[in-house]
Ligand binder design. Structure first.
Ligand SMILES: [Zn+2]
Length: 294
């Protein structure tokens, strides 16, 4: 192919792309959504109906977990507890496009359900990979720059960008939960930089959010894992996070609760230590469910 034809092909493609982009923008201005977005929205509605059909109590509303890890771990166990109690559960575990909470159409659909009273409670545990003080080597953030240090390598910047996107979505859902009076809680590491952002402080003030901090060893875990729980909704009903767990005084010594030295979470253990102790999941699920019927 000669250089002329290549140039012609390139111009044609750009022109088509530009037209498609104009059509997409015009559709958005008119409130229209694309065929793919419509399919995702319909699939999500279908999943909500399936969950409701399996419920034996509170059969009109779904209980939602965001950033649920696959195989029912982490936040998934909160959902498992809700399911065991006969509630309708929808877990956004990215197992299919309709369950990917990073997808804008999924976000807007869930937000509209919340505004219409179709969601009873929400639990979110966004990935902490780039936010945790403990797991970040090299440092990606600091107290002065919680949204990310400048001059990061391209790989580190991508990690920070993804974390920031998740952090903003997570804070947005807490705010929206407060506005819609849907009980909601967010779990993150106790030293998470997300909790040090101005955006978090503003959300905490405007949404009257409660913040509880504890170590997971108080629930029988082998590791010290400092953990933060933030909750909003139903007036003072959200204060349960402040008394859910206790803090352990000795990171490097014998645990206040188990009487054994803490196990250092490294390598494979690091992954295991991110799974909640069962009694912690049960307590979070039960307190949020209680708040949902207040
Ligand atoms: Zn301890």
């Amino acid at each position: 192919m000669g250089p002329g034809r290549r140039r012609k092909g390139f111009v044609l493609r750009t022109s088509n792309d530009a037209r498609a982009e104009r059509r997409r923008q015009m559709g958005q201005r008119r409130g229209r959504i694309s065929a793919a977005q419509l399919r995702t929205k319909l699939r999500l509605t279908q999943l909500r109906r399936h969950a409701l059909a399996e419920a034996t109590v509170d059969t009109q509303r779904v209980y939602v977990t965001l950033w649920t890890a696959p195989h029912d771990e982490q936040g998934g166990k909160v959902g498992a507890r809700w399911k065991a109690r006969g509630l309708a559960v929808l877990q956004f575990d990215k197992s299919e496009p309709a369950l990917d909470i990073m997808n804008p159409i999924v976000i807007s659909t869930l937000r509209s359900w919340m505004a219409r009273g179709l969601v009873a409670a929400l639990f979110e545990s966004p990935m902490c990979t780039s936010w945790s003080v403990a797991s970040c080597r090299p440092n990606l953030r600091s107290n002065a720059c919680p949204w990310g240090l400048s001059d990061l390598t391209r790989k580190c910047q991508a990690k920070v960008d993804l974390g920031n996107q998740e952090g903003r979505i997570a804070l947005g859902f807490l705010e929206h939960s407060y506005q819609c009076d849907v009980p909601a809680a967010l779990e993150h590491p106790g030293g998470s930089y997300l909790l040090k952002t101005d955006e978090f402080s503003n959300m905490q003030q405007t949404c009257d959010a409660a913040l509880g901090k504890f170590n997971q060893c108080c629930f029988g875990a082998k590791w010290w894992n400092p953990t933060a729980l933030v909750s909003v909704g139903s007036g003072a009903g959200n204060q349960w996070v402040c008394s859910l767990g206790k803090q352990c005084s000795r990171q490097d010594g014998v645990c206040d609760f188990t009487g054994l030295p803490h196990v250092k979470a490294k390598g494979r253990l690091c992954e295991l230590s991110s799974i909640y102790p069962p009694s912690m999941s049960r307590k979070i699920a039960d307190r949020l469910a209680a708040q949902a019927v207040m």
